[in-house]
Design a protein around this ligand. Sequence first.
Ligand code: NDP
Length: 290
Amino acid sequence: PRTPVSLLGTGAMGTALARAWLAAGHPVTVWNRTPARTERLAAEGAAVAASAADAVAASRLVVVCLLDDASVGEALEDADLSGRDLVNLTTGTPAQGRARAAWAEARGARFLDAGIMAVPPMIGDAKSGAYVFYSGSPGLFEEHGDTLAVPAGTRYVGADPGFAALHDVALLSAMSGMFAGVLHAFALIRREDIAPRDFAPLLVSWLGAMAPAAHKAAEHLESGDFGKDVVSNLAMQVAGSATLLATAEEQAVSAELLTPYMSLLERWLADGHGDEDTTGAVELLDLRRE
Ligand code: NDP
């Protein structure tokens, strides 16, 4: 028999998760603040709990996927968590993950925090590459890892319950820089006779070709030697950024998405790191540095 799962929160993501467990034959109990959003799942075989506390009582493995950390506290306020295995798939900060872990443990539950690296259509599709970061109770992950792997791949990143959110948010932050760059690139070509659909494949392959530079950055961070085997040095890159800014001006495009990164690199150049690559500028971002 498959492990029963209680799922709190049947929004876009919660619904996709519930359907994946139902499709794999797990008994699923759902609860949602707005009951109408559980109707489709009920038709597909889910049991619907009248309250969050009832849903928690229905299965030892309890998964929550709500809007934010505050809604998790609110929804679980009256639930008896003793002896439960609580898995929080709600996006939050590392500090929220740690505080929620202490909160759950004080109520007698084992706890895993999680960060979902997927959008709902990727859930339950083994070929989509969807996965979820987990951190917190190793015992919980060991016991329920197979059940958690049904909707998406699993990556356990440590006993510190803040680590899932930290990995999740670090990847999302890198993505936000990438999307800013993509938006700027489209702004540059937009008013010309260049079709965005012809330009998009060029963007995708260029970003794909450049992304492995992160491996070199990691080597530099680990050795602390930012000048070893440099491919494009900082002095050259700062000089090149003048061309990027001049082109933005020629095309009458605001450079507001480019300038924060460029001014950081200029400050690092002024600090005397022209022969290194850009990775050392991470020092300037560290607000705890001496
Ligand atoms: P939705 O907006 O579709 O659903 C939000 C859910 O939270 C609903 O079930 C809503 O209930 C519930 N909720 C909100 N506030 C409260 C509250 N105070 N008390 C109880 N329930 C509450 O969001 P998603 O399903 O898309 O997202 C859920 C989580 O998954 C978020 O943390 C999101 O960051 C994360 N996630 C989502 C991704 C996506 O692409 N959708 C990707 C990766 C992570 P009600 O129906 O009553 O409003």
